[in-house]
Design a protein around this ligand. Structure first.
Ligand SMILES: Nc1ncnc2c1ncn2[C@@H]1O[C@H](COP(=O)(O)OP(=O)(O)O)[C@@H](O)[C@H]1O
Ligand SMILES: [Mg+2]
Length: 269
């Protein structure tokens, strides 16, 4: 099942890349330290998945992508939440110094929650989203979480292959509409040594993993870039810091939990 998903996804993704404009323009991720790891940032108009265990910083990173994209890079954004109430989300973002209300007032950011009231009639549809992208000059979209695709294609949840095909077509449309797409997903097993890939993972051009490493009674949050199609990036494991300024990736540090683990292995005989 796993191998099948992998082999089938590659030709479809490459078609998308061939058809789209292959530009190497890089955009800032909004997360300090991540741009350095990605050697400049995310490829403009690409699709990236941020996946990991609960509480690892995925939502904050998605909020930063949209907020700082609008504020510092002048790229208007849409954030669609299937997880949280929008007022809670605004308050949550404010804890980390992001004033979404201000950017919403300026018409630079648009927040939606499931079941997405963006369309007249309250229905989710691709054409509705594309209209909004055009009208509001949207260049960044974040889905928190991947479950949004199930709202978009409700009839396909039992047909995995067709569901994936539709999601790939969706990404192709986003690329053509000049939108960079960041999607969040959650997974139970994030042990970097026995990582199991999900069918949907291969649909995205980029794949960033947030996990926890245990050292005794302490957990450390870490980030790895598993894949970034057509782009050079570092493969190391980086510590993540979360404080009132949000999520930062300590791109010039090694997780202390791993350093200590390596030291334990040293044989002094
Ligand atoms: N003010 C804060 N200072 C430090 N850490 C925080 C703060 N607020 C939230 N966190 C941490 O951020 C994590 C939640 O990040 P979030 O992006 O919402 O996670 P998820 O990956 O589940 O989307 C929590 O584990 C919490 O410990
Ligand atoms: Mg979350």
């Amino acid at each position: 099942m796993l191998a099948q998903g992998f082999y089938i996804s590659i030709p479809i993704i490459s078609i998308i890349l061939k058809k789209g404009d292959i530009e190497m323009e890089l955009i800032k991720t909004g997360t300090e330290g991540l741009d350095q790891i990605l050697k400049g940032g995310l490829r403009k108009n690409s699709s990236v998945l941020i996946t990991g265990a609960p509480g690892t910083g995925k939502t904050i990173m998605a909020l930063q992508f949209i907020y700082y994209g609008a504020k510092d890079s002048n790229e208007n954004g849409i954030f669609i939440s299937t997880e949280e109430d929008l007022n809670d989300l605004r308050d949550y973002a404010k804890n980390f110094g992001m004033d979404f209300k201000e950017m919403e007032k300026k018409g630079k950011i648009f927040l939606y929650e499931k079941p997405v009231a963006m369309l007249r009639g309250g229905l989710v549809s691709l054409s509705g989203l594309l209209n909004l992208i055009k009208k509001k000059k949207i260049q960044r979209i974040a889905f928190d979480s991947i479950i949004f695709f199930e709202y978009l294609y409700p009839k396909l949840s039992n047909n995995t292959m067709e569901f994936r095909r539709q999601v790939l077509l969706f990404m192709q449309k986003m690329k053509r509409a000049n939108v960079t797409l960041l999607t969040v997903s959650e997974r139970k097993i994030t042990d970097l040594d026995r990582l199991e890939y999900d069918m949907m993972d291969f649909v995205f051009e980029g794949f960033i993993m947030l996990s926890r490493i245990r050292k005794g009674s302490y957990f450390e949050r870490v980030l790895t870039v598993e894949k970034m199609r057509g782009q050079e990036h570092n493969l190391d494991i980086y510590p993540i810091a979360i404080d009132k300024k949000g999520v930062r990736i300590l791109h010039d540090q090694v997780p202390f939990s791993l350093v200590e683990r390596q030291e334990e292995k040293i044989d002094f005989k």
